[in-house]
Design a protein around this ligand. Structure first.
Ligand code: SER
Length: 882
């Protein structure tokens, strides 16, 4: 059975059991501060388990793109070494939100596996939670009894809290689970060792395929459990492992999910991957296999993340993606011999293979490949630099063991992987001080952990059962009540309170737009006792208002008042963003797609796909287009709650990687129409003026524009004018400023030429004068002297003197404008015969002038801070000759 059909049969089966089939949520999470990536099928439904929202249906099924590379569930370092862990994988799942429970879940799981997929019953084992007296959770008798009706009792295994109690994170919904494991070993192996003893024992052919979680509890901040108001089912089946079981393979990588990618790698590298069936492979082949598994696994994770809008970067989710890609690049570099970008070439295969079910990978194929290629090229350059640096470290090391802290520096500053460092050192007969490396790493981890520590208290609920509504599209001031409060203490922000209201005019950060600020004041106090709301964010369908303190009486009635000045500026920037998006598609072409956006009161930032730097003329056209729409005074046409298909049919633009509901809000200004939840001006005339202030690249094929509107444009031009006035004044107010600047530049060029000529003359004279000062020590023609020249002049002089004879050893010092430099010249034959190195020598002498430097063995320079040290440096130079 093809993997495509296996996926379809799962969804068809649950549809026939009354489940609504929904698409996979994007792999990158946007509005959830507790999670970077979707790490399980249930993540997109969290709010329903918490009771903060109502699902479209009480029964839902889907396949979810998941990434387990950070936080509580992290498999990254295992991937490649075994045959059944992945960074990105698909999780097939079915859910009940307060509807069916254990009976249906267990019976359907069994029916699907044994009757539809026809997995032989004698290959299956199931596990049941054994209970935990410390937590007061009993043995799961109900699950045990249900399984007993389906499977031989001998195949039911009791599992502990680690294996059979599923928790999404440190806090939140959780419950006992029942796992289904499959034994894929040969009959001979089964006869030798029972499958039961191998369950949950990291055996590559006795693996868990399906987890059925029975959500009954909520884990509170103090670690205790409370019963959830309703009982839910959350199941997750590993798609790739299911394919392995149904395609009669013993490795996920031997299924058609991976073989096309593997074939492509083989074709590019000329190497062969051996399937899991082949035994007794060489150590060399094993390394090749691991590296190929790493590459074909990682390319999926990275490609889908980019298609969902997450570009590799230096922070947050982007950094995780960058690290995954770099792991693949270095496995290729070290074990597959790939010194040129190649992973990008796998994207086409992936798009052909998965594009039908996940259209985002097909439609973004080109962009994804470009971004990956650029990342590869740049990291390969880093590897190259790292190799050179490592050579230097080896050269300078007096011992055969290389300092761990140095290796950590390479790793930390240049991203140079430690296993590669160790490998190269071994090849060159050196050893790595691993302990030193580990302790430097540990110290850094402790530092960053301390910096990101957050403790979150449980909600204290003042008004239960309320579902908060957002009224901020129409209002900016409301009478409200507080429904719940939570205290959060973090190293970064200190103590903050999160306040939830019964309804709120405060816009929570989203769609690029920052959250509203404002105040919350007791209704009857005439402004006294008001607290400031410093930010507003959304989490699990709740709107959180952030404050540094709580009001005195939290049960009182309040007036929630948005800072309308800030909001007005923000909304101008947001509406201008839409107009600019429209302009870019008109002027550059419809390949332009939004890739990121930030809208705050000060400016707007917009990232979009486009292959080339924008020309001045294009930028001008975009500015003119937006300003023309502003002058047309286009009214806002806002359509709330229209069916998504209708909005799309009318031409509304939707973004990849964004999760939309069935009903959406569409924002229209003239011909610009976008699906958007943000705050906008009522008429484009309010924007007043639009000005682009920068354009640049963020990644391959992605450009970034920053722009301003309204008063900020005025301030911008005022600043320009002031600067111009200052320039005029400095030039003594000439009639024509430009002409005055040009003539200044011409004068400057003339003078520079004259100085250069004079310098040459001076060098020549000094050469004659110094030639007589060179004296012989131990057969070496030696001179160490301070000269009144520029550093470049000293270099010229050294080379000039160099032509004078053989066996020369010269050190020239300069101190132009008090800045000391040293130049060291050693004749080539001395370098060879006496094993001297100018680079090492200047570094040594550089210490006297508090500086450092380097260069080639026959010529090197050092710069420093302490001119008073020149004398000692020159004296020390003689020691080298002596
Ligand atoms: N949440 C469970 C898991 O991820 C089942 O979906 O294993």
């Amino acid at each position: 059975m093809k993997s495509q059909d296996i996926r379809k049969q799962f969804l068809d089966f649950f549809q026939s059991k009354g489940h609504l089939i929904v698409p996979s949520a994007p792999i990158v999470l946007k509005d959830d501060p507790t999670l970077m990536f979707n790490n399980s099928g249930m993540a997109q439904f969290k709010e329903y388990f918490l009771g903060n929202g109502t699902p479209k249906s009480k029964r839902i099924a889907d396949t979810q793109k998941c990434l387990r590379v950070s936080g509580k569930h992290n498999d990254l370092e295992d991937v490649g070494f075994d045959t059944y862990h992945h960074t990105m994988f698909e999780m097939l799942g079915n859910w009940s939100f307060g509807d069916y429970f254990k009976k249906e879940a267990i019976n359907w799981a069994w029916e699907l596996l044994t009757e539809v997929y026809k997995i032989p019953k004698e290959n299956l084992y199931v596990s049941v939670f054994e209970g935990n007296p410390d937590e007061n959770v009993p043995f799961d008798q109900e699950a045990w009894d249900l399984w007993k009706g389906l499977i031989d009792e001998d195949r039911i295994i009791l599992g502990n809290k680690k294996d059979n109690f599923w928790e999404m994170g440190d806090q939140g919904p959780c419950g006992p689970c029942s796992e289904i494991h499959v034994d894929l070993r040969s009959d001979a192996e089964k006869a030798l060792v029972s499958g039961k003893s191998l369950v949950n024992n990291d055996h590559p052919q006795v693996v868990e395929i399906w987890n059925n979680v029975f959500m009954e509890f909520n884990r509170k901040a103090d670690g205790s459990l409370e019963k959830l108001p309703a009982q839910h089912v959350d199941t997750g089946m590993g798609f790739e492992r299911l394919c392995m079981a149904l395609q009669g393979k013993t490795s996920n990588y031997d299924t058609d999910v991976f073989t096309p990618l593997i074939e492509k790698v083989e074709q590019i590298t000329g190497l062969k991957y051996t399937s899991n069936e082949i035994q007794n492979i060489s150590e060399e082949q094993n390394k090749t296999n691991i590296a190929i598994r790493v590459v074909v696994d990682h390319v999926r994770a990275v490609a889908f993340a980019i298609a969902d809008g997450q570009l590799p970067s230096n922070t947050g989710a982007g950094y995780v993606i960058r690290r995954i890609l770099r792991r693949a690049i270095r496995y290729g570099f070290t074990f597959l011999g790939t010194k040129e970008p190649f992973i990008n070439k796998l994207v086409e295969v992936l798009a052909n293979q998965m594009g039908e079910f996940f259209p985002e990978i097909k439609s973004q194929q080109q962009l994804v490949a470009n971004v990956i290629r650029e990342e590869e090229a740049s990291f390969l350059r880093t590897l190259d630099q790292g190799l050179q640096l490592l050579d230097k470290v080896i050269l300078e090391s007096k011992e055969k063991i290389i300092n761990g802290e140095k290796a950590f520096e390479l790793y930390d500053t240049f991203g140079f992987p430690i296993d590669l460092t160790a490998l190269i050192l071994r090849e060159k007969g050196y050893e790595l001080d691993e302990e030193g490396f580990n302790s430097a790493m540990q110290a850094q981890k402790t530092r960053s952990r301390a910096a990101s520590e957050v403790s979150t208290e449980d909600w204290s609920v003042l008004i239960p059962g309320n579902v908060e509504t957002f009224v901020g599209y129409d209002q900016t001031e409301n009478d409200v009540k507080i429904t719940r409060i939570r205290k959060v203490d973090s190293k970064k922000d200190g103590v903050l309170y999160q306040i939830v209201l019964d309804h709120t005019p405060f816009y929570p950060e989203g769609g690029g737009q920052v959250g509203d600020k404002g105040i919350l004041s007791p209704a009857l106090s005439k402004g006294e006792g008001a607290i400031e709301i410093i930010d507003t964010k959304k989490e699990n369908n709740l709107i959180l208002h952030f404050a540094k303190q709580l009001p005195e009486n939290v049960n009182a009635s309040f007036i929630a008042k948005v800072n309308t000045g800030l909001r007005a500026s923000t909304s101008k920037n947001h509406s201008a963003t839409h107009l600019m998006h429209q302009a870019l598609r008109k002027i550059l072409g419809t390949h332009v797609e939004q890739k990121g956006s930030l809208v705050n009161p000060n400016y707007l930032r917009f990232d979009f796909s486009h292959f080339a730097k924008m020309t001045e003329a294009e930028l001008q056209q975009v500015e003119d287009f937006v300003n023309a729409r502003i002058q047309e005074q286009l009214p806002l046409i806002e359509r709330r709650n229209i069916p998504i298909q209708q909005a799309l049919n009318e031409g509304a633009m939707a973004l990849f990687g964004e999760k939309y509901g069935d009903n959406v809000r569409a924002i229209k200004f003239g011909e610009s129409m976008e699906l958007c939840g943000g705050i906008h001006v009522k008429n484009t005339a309010e924007i007043w003026n639009f000005k682009i202030i920068s354009e640049g690249a963020v990644a391959a094929g992605i450009r970034r524009i920053e722009a301003i509107t309204s008063d900020a444009v005025k301030a911008h031009f005022e600043l320009q004018e002031n600067t111009l006035n200052e320039v005029k004044e400095a030039l003594k107010n000439p009639q024509d400023v430009l002409k005055a600047v040009h003539s200044l530049q011409e004068d400057n060029a003339k003078l520079t030429k004259q100085i250069e000529a004079l310098m040459k003359e001076k060098v020549k004279n000094l050469k004659t004068a110094l030639m007589v000062e060179i004296h012989e020590i131990n057969g070496v023609q030696f001179l160490a002297k301070q000269v009144d020249l520029s550093p470049e002049g000293a270099k010229d002089l050294a080379y000039e003197l160099g032509t004078f004879g053989t066996n020369l050893f010269l050190v020239l010092a300069t101190a132009e404008e008090g800045k000391p430099t040293l130049s060291c010249y050693i004749s080539k034959e001395l370098v060879a015969s006496k094993n001297l190195n100018a680079g090492t020598i200047v570094r040594e002498l550089g210490k006297f002038i508090q500086g450092g430097g380097g260069g080639q063995p026959f010529f090197a320079t050092a710069g420093g801070k302490n001119a008073a040290g020149i004398k000692d440096a020159l004296e020390k130079a003689m020691d080298f000759v002596k």
